[in-house]
Design a protein. Sequence first.
Length: 259
Amino acid sequence: MSQSRLIEALGVSKVYDSREGPVESLKPLDFYINQGEFVSIVGPSGCGKSTLLKMVAGLLPITSGQLTLSGVPISGPQRDVGIVFQSSVLLAWRTVIENILLQAEIRGLPREESLERAHQLIEMAGLKGFEHKFPKQLSGGMQQRVSICRALLHNPSILLMDEPFGALDAMTREKMNLELQDIWSKSKKTVLLITHSIPEAIFLSDRVIVMSERPGSISAIYDIDLPRPRTLELMGSGEFGHYSSQIRAHFFSKGTLDH
């Protein structure tokens, strides 16, 4: 894996203005994400995880510090970023291939090249044969795979994922963890995942960033030294349990998880 830093945050904070005065959402944060790395952020609800992701995407301005993508300060929406939300946000009247190509239409990309890449992504995501199905004909997991393909269509350097499997049942979520690992491995993209699930973060990531309660700060960063590709059986291992215990301890100490 290349160790060149794709994203770097130095003293990055976020303060919102309100009628009552300034509201601190994120305390100054320092972290980096390497090219090709899979990094997850976990933390209690309302700690600013999604705010941070939107700042990386350029959808929200930072208040102070420096936030860079490929060494260039992030200011305004980034073209070199793909985003996947908790909801697949597919258009009901468009087929799988048409939903994926929506990215090309919005960005004004060449139709033929985009169509060829869309078919490549569909095959990579295990959706071959479903190109002309409508969202209502797909399972929740398949809909999210379509949204991942759409986010990757313009070949961004980084894929930002905001709790993409939160609305899925437990078994489907585990299957999607395997699917995402496979897509990440094949696409060689850098991934930043926001999740409430500690096991999901450990299973997928090279590193896990643990955030505190609001105003969010970084409590710890863990290197996940587990072999790849990872299987669901790995979740029952002692090593996996050790990482889980370490990360959970941060939330137990603050009273943000139920015992």
